[in-house]
Design a binder for this molecule. Structure first.
Ligand code: PLP
Length: 838
């Protein structure tokens, strides 16, 4: 932990007892001002003038929150001059300038008798000649943070190491851990090395690199609020020969289309992970940068401030990055042990070191092809990062496709009806639970709360447990397998606001098909450019609404729709939806939507005549598709349409590969689709998809109550008993997926009141049941025949896994039953918990 001398009141010349003094108010705090230096230190306060200045010693005592400075009385010759005030620790140290002192010195901006000092402070960086201005106020962005210092030291050491490499390597651990960085910095080159810094703040890291490394072109980026201070620092920078530093505004939430028009070799990110909300946008920007600069190395320095920062590593890994981590010492007042990471680092007298603070991590991009093969490695590396920083692993990797979370970090849960408090939350912390066991545990606790003999009407209604950690895992799996393709989640599949919130946090877009779906997506706070109105036959008033709210991307597949769009929303960005072979899909869509290949060119020509803006091609191989070659054919057809569009005069930039991905066959489909896309479309073509069921199907488990039972002879063996069970949910409710989505939900016993050990208890021989819904319609059947252990009776509960897709959203209120069932949200992944604030 480094401490910084801050000016609470910037210095000025003030009269006192007939003389003039320099007065100021200072404190000594951490970079965020959340802790004060708690030990006695001697400070040297001096005025800097053209002629020799004036100096005085003051003491900061442990327990101080502020310290008034009164330097003087000033000799009259000095009073008229412009001056600065410098405050630093009593020098007791010689030697290695690469280490920062426990307390960072402060020099004020110039001031005089009539000239007040600006609210700025000049810091001597960790290298000679590196002087950086920062603000004295509360701005987060316009400050130097510890990880920025760590990055400067790290780069400086890498460069020193390169210089002395001819002899004995000075810093062995750098050589072994970050050879790619050393290689990059040491390569002889004819043109400058291209470096971009994200969230540059005061610019200390990028400016330090440009002053250390000759032939280096650094672009500093951040929000407009830092522009003035960063420009000042650039103007005063002493760059190395042939090196330059520039600044450009960059808002991660709204990166420009031409984010970077030159290949980048090094990306610097220091202390940018403290705000979990901004992490998806940051990772998205990094992902986009490495798409055009696939060999770029990213150097991330972070000081872990809270658990939600782990999300950064999850998101980076799901975007196909892997981390090599390293750490660096910074001084600490409480560690007297002079811990040494490497003897070569040497710890000079007076400098105290605390290992791993901040943690500096180095992240390198994997090529998409490597990702599958190295999935395990990736997680081991993350594990290493996590272990070093918090002692708790994120994941226990089992196989390359199955990632079961370790619950040594707490799974948190909330319910749509408020947090669950009376369920013995401690039980959930058992580290041996898998995600499914966690879900089952929550289901059982909720079910056993209900007393069907005394509860009010509807209190025994069916309910869901939704594991947002499962949605998060599916996202990671997507990124591992289809890193190039950006998901636009199909809202129709499950418009649960919690799912949409997570999608937004993960940086996904949304596929909407109606006004209210657009409303729901926008309610997450996303930009309308993250929505595609993927309905080729749109309601006119909805089109006007899309125009009003700025949802520009939309699909079409016929001439009438083009005329309608021309009249209603001529600026729209159009995707021509083409027909696919969906004959093997559960839910076929091509009989209703999609232009045939014969129709594609005439439609493109009509759009051109109407001066409409066609930007891409979309298709959908059918929901629940079974034949992966449908994707191959569709991608090839889309290529043909792209070429036709170019001939007609359109400049297409995006391919939309639709939905149709399933849990079981995902890797097989992704392999074929990914290869087809890469073979047919060059990297500058953006590729998006509209997955629905893939994300949510397995995340929702439904529990329903047995409301009635009827004894009948077993139809296949009349000598045995069979039973008809009636549940309080059926095909007109959450089991609508049986009718609309051709699903076959499988009942499992959640609770069975019959005594264990009795002939019909849950552990005994299987009993044959048929399972029915609560309405009076004969088609309301969930399962015509199923064998379950134990004799179930009224009041017992059954549960059904994989009920997240096309269930609740298509439930009706037929016969007066509810279509609005409770959802208990849990998260079996710390990453999802952090994003959702569970
Ligand atoms: C246009 C469109 N996109 C995406 C989807 C989502 O499909 P799935 O849930 O199979 O991924 C559908 C489903 O019907 C759709 O019609």
């Amino acid at each position: 932990m480094v401490y910084y001398i801050q000016f609470l009141k910037t210095p000025r010349v003030s009269p006192k007892k007939g003389s003039l003094f320099i007065s100021a108010l200072i404190c000594i705090t951490t970079d965020l001002g959340d802790d004060f230096l708690a030990e006695d230190v001697e400070l040297i306060v001096s005025s800097i003038h053209k002629s020799p200045g004036f100096e005085q010693k003051v003491t900061w005592n442990a327990g101080n929150r502020e310290l008034a400075i009164n330097l003087g009385p000033l000799p009259s010759a000095l009073v008229q001059q412009s001056m600065q005030l410098s405050i630093k620790l009593q020098p007791e140290v010689t030697g290695d300038r690469a280490l920062v002192p426990l307390v960072m010195a402060a020099t004020s901006a110039p001031f005089g008798l009539k000239l007040p000092a600006e609210k700025l402070v000049l810091r001597d960086g960790p290298r000679e000649g590196l002087n950086i201005w920062e603000e004295t106020g509360n701005s987060i962005a316009r400050h130097i943070w510890d990880a920025g210092l760590a990055s400067v030291i790290y780069l400086q050491r890498a460069l020193e190491d390169i210089k002395t490499r001819a002899g004995k390597p000075k810093y062995k651990h750098l050589e072994s851990k970050m050879p790619a960085l050393t290689r990059l910095l040491s390569t002889a080159r004819s043109s400058p090395i291209q470096v971009v810094e994200l969230g540059a703040g005061c610019g200390i890291v990028g400016i330090a690199l440009a002053s250390l490394l000759p032939n280096c072109s650094v672009l500093l980026t951040d929000l407009p609020e830092v522009e003035s201070i960063i420009t000042r620092n650039i103007e005063e920078a002493q760059t190395a020969p042939q090196s330059s530093v520039e600044y450009q505004n960059l808002d991660w939430d709204n990166p420009p289309d031409d984010l970077c028009n030159r290949p980048i070799e090094l990306i610097l990110v220091s202390d940018c992970t403290y705000n979990a909300d901004s992490l998806p946008a940051l990772v998205n920007v990094l992902d986009r940068l490495v798409r055009t600069s696939p060999d770029a190395i990213i150097l991330v320095a972070l000081k872990r401030r809270h658990d939600s920062e782990t999300v950064f590593f999850d998101l980076m890994s799901s975007a196909g990055f892997t981390a090599v981590q390293d750490s660096l010492q910074l001084p600490s007042q409480h560690d007297q042990s002079f811990f040494q990471l490497d003897p070569a680092f040497g710890t000079p007298k007076g400098y105290r070191s605390l290992r791993l603070q901040p943690l500096v991590s180095f992240l390198a991009k994997l090529s998409p092809l490597d990702v599958n093969a190295t999935l395990l490695t990736t997680f081991h590396l993350l594990l290493a990062v996590s272990k070093l920083s918090s002692g708790a692993p994120f994941f226990v990797p089992l196989t390359s496709h199955e990632i079961i979370p370790s619950f040594s970090e707490l799974p948190h849960r909330t319910s749509s009806k408020g947090p669950i408090s009376s369920h013995g939350e401690d039980n959930l912390l058992q580290s041996s639970l898998t995600a499914k066991e966690l879900v089952l545990d929550v289901l059982k606790k909720r079910a056993t709360e209900v007393d069907v003999d005394h509860c009010g009407p509807g209190e025994e209604d069916a309910f869901y447990v939704a594991d947002m950690g499962e949605v998060y895992r599916q996202h990671m799996r997507w990124k591992m397998n289809l890193g190039r393709i950006k998901p636009f989640y199909a809202v129709k599949c499950n418009p649960d606001p919690e799912v949409l919130r997570l999608m937004a946090q993960l940086g996904n877009g949304f596929d909407c098909a109606s006004k209210s779906e657009i409303d729901l997506a926008l309610q997450t706070g996303i930009d309308p450019s993250r929505i595609i109105y993927a309905q080729p036959c749109k309601t006119k008033s909805y089109l006007r609404f899309a125009s009003e709210v700025g949802v520009k991307q939309m699909t079409f597949d016929n001439a009438d729709e083009l005329y309608k769009i021309k009249a209603t929303f001529p600026d729209a960005e159009l995707y021509l939806r083409i027909l696919t072979d969906d004959s093997t899909s559960l839910c076929r869509l091509s009989m209703k939507f999609g232009a045939s290949m014969d129709m594609a060119r005439p439609l493109l020509e009509l759009a051109y005549e109407l001066e409409l803006n066609v930007v891409g091609v979309s298709f959908h191989v059918g929901s629940g598709a079974e034949d992966p070659s449908a994707f191959l054919k569709a991608v090839q057809d889309a290529r043909v349409v792209f070429d036709q569009a170019a001939e007609v005069g359109h400049e297409l930039h995006t391919l939309d590969v639709g939905g149709g991905f399933c849990q079981d066959s995902f890797e097989k489909f992704a392999g074929i689709l990914g290869e087809a896309v890469d073979a047919c479309f060059p990297p500058h073509i953006r590729v998006i998809a509209e997955p629905g069921r893939y994300y949510v199907a397995t995340a929702y488990t439904l529990a329903a109550n047995v409301i009635a039972r009827r004894d009948i002879p077993d139809p296949t063996d009349p000598s045995r008993d069979a039973y008809m069970l009636y549940l309080n949910d059926g095909v007109y409710g959450n089991f609508s997926n049986i009718i609309f989505d051709h699903q076959h939900p499988i009942a499992q016993v959640l609770t069975c009141a019959s005594e264990p050990g009795t002939p019909n208890s849950a552990t005994s021989e299987k009993i044959t049941y048929s399972i029915w819904g609560p309405t009076c319609d004969g088609i309301d059947v969930i399962s015509e025949k199923i064998e379950l252990p134990g004799l179930l009776n009224t009041g017992d509960w059954l549960y059904f896994e994989d009920m997240g897709a096309y269930t609740k959203c298509s439930a009706t209120r037929f016969n007066g039953f509810s279509d609005n069932h409770e959802v208990i949200y849990i998260s079996s992944e710390t990453g999802a918990s952090a994003l959702l604030n569970y």
